[in-house]
Unconditional design. Structure first.
Length: 103
């Protein structure tokens, strides 16, 4: 009985931890945005920046493709046909944070 109880507790903890990861940390995302992305996308992601387009509402899939791989998801029509944005693979673990901030 005790074993089942601890196994269920462990399961609940694992699910909760997984959910926390998947949800992303918007505050952390904002911190990265304000440090890196702001230079080209401007202080307000819902407006076009000095160099990059507005990116408010970008999906995690799109952010991942741009930030880690410097590409676009299959079938996605880019807002610009330039290729000026360099990838920032050092933020590979923060895609969900950026997505939470930009949503
Ligand atoms: C050096 C300038 C620069 C920086 C820094 C930059 N971007 Fe960009 N970004 C661009 C430009 C310019 C485009 C338009 C496509 C191109 O030319 O690469 C773009 C396009 C994008 C797009 C695709 C928009 C669309 O729907 O077509 C996303 C998403 C994006 N950037 C996210 C980010 C995030 C997140 C960061 C910060 C980690 C960031 N960018 C940092 C310049 C930049």
């Amino acid at each position: 009985m005790k074993l089942i109880a601890s196994a269920s507790l462990l399961l609940i903890l694992l699910v909760a931890a997984n959910y926390a990861l998947a949800a992303g940390d918007a505050a952390k995302g904002k911190q990265i945005y304000d440090t890196i992305c702001v230079a080209c996308h401007g202080p307000d992601p819902s407006k076009d920046g000095p160099l990059g387009p507005s990116i408010k509402g970008s999906s995690a899939e799109l952010i991942k493709a741009r930030v880690i791989l410097g590409k676009y998801p299959d079938g996605y029509k880019p807002k610009r046909d330039t290729a000026m944005m360099p990838p920032f693979p050092q933020y590979k673990d923060n895609i969900d944070d950026l997505a939470a901030f930009l949503k």
